[in-house]
Write a protein that binds this ligand. Structure first.
Ligand code: CO8
Length: 258
């Protein structure tokens, strides 16, 4: 079904692997369409509780497809930009948690794709950067917005304006990734993280993601009001009674809303 992705589900986790290693998994229009389809499939599959996104070969994603972009008219470029932004927004707003297992180059649109995920785990050989100004453009899949929110305005400007590539340890130091592990431990660590999150009440995970994603652009007072609204759904759920009762009875919670 997919030409550029591997999609498999196992024990509640959907594994989406961008599989275009000859072009370092560059995001063509077709790859973006397939990512949209794959994340829609995740959304529609009640058996899938979380997603691990990674790349085949030595890259996570080395950016938007430059060979395709060079031929585009301004209007076509705009359409591709909107398509890419929609995919990033779809991932960010997906109700299920998405973990980026960054196995290599995450440049330009690849760094933007990783930033749209909830959590980034990098292998030691991963490299990050926003090299768009080298090509006479700026990030267009959300990088000017999501990068400063993760690493701060100054570091965001530094990375975008110098186009410098940084290694995984520097990415960890500045807050661009949450964990760095040896390459052979990457998928295991991503799975372990997914399983920890999946052991919690799904309705609470969903509400936390919604509240953080929406609140980050708001002033604290409005954000806190949003948080209050987001708390209503988990607080009125059976899983809230179960979680609190299990604590008091000193036993593990058995959440129903899986
Ligand atoms: N697009 C298309 N092809 C690519 C890309 C890419 N982004 N990156 C690598 N490739 C191709 C190479 O052209 C090469 O193809 P071939 O074998 O046919 O010559 C193959 O992948 C292997 O690459 P290299 O030989 O270059 O491998 P190296 O290990 O020597 O270098 C690098 C690896 C450093 C990752 C290098 O390939 C590189 O610098 N790639 C480009 C990185 C880049 O500039 N990315 C940003 C792209 S712009 C972007 O993402 C903007 C997003 C928003 C756009 C909104 C408007 C639509």
């Amino acid at each position: 079904m997919y030409q550029n992705l591997l999609y498999e589900t196992k024990d509640g986790i959907a594994y989406i692997t961008i599989n275009r290693p000859k072009s370092l998994n560059a995001l063509s229009n077709e790859v973006l369409d397939e990512l949209h389809a794959a994340f829609t499939a995740v959304d529609n599959d009640p058996e899938v509780k979380s997603v691990i996104l990674t790349g085949e070969g030595k890259a996570f994603v080395a950016g938007a497809d430059i060979a395709e972009m060079v031929k585009l008219s301004t209007l076509e470029g705009r359409a591709m930009m909107i398509k890419g932004q929609n995919v990033m927004n779809q991932i960010e707003m997906l109700k299920k948690p998405v973990i980026a297992a960054v196995n290599g180059f995450a440049l330009g649109g690849g760094c933007e794709l990783a930033m749209a995920c909830d959590i980034r785990i990098a292998s030691e050989n991963a490299k990050f950067g926003q090299p768009e100004v080298n090509l006479g453009i700026i990030p267009g899949f959300g990088g000017t917005q999501r990068l400063p929110k993760l690493v701060g305005k100054g570091m965001g400007k530094y990375m975008i304006m110098t186009a410098e590539m940084i290694d995984a340890h520097e990415a960890y130091r500045i807050g661009l990734v949450e964990k760095v592990v040896p390459a052979e431990e990457l998928m295991g660590t991503a799975e372990k993280t997914a399983r920890i999150i999946m052991s919690k009440a799904p309705i609470a995970i969903q509400a936390a993601k919604l509240s953080i994603n929406n609140g980050i652009s708001l002033d604290v007072k409005t954000g806190v009001a949003f948080e209050g609204e987001a708390l209503v759904a988990p607080f009125s759920s059976e899983d809230r009674i179960e979680g609190m009762t299990a604590f008091l009875e000193k036993r593990p919670a058995k959440f129903k809303n899986k």
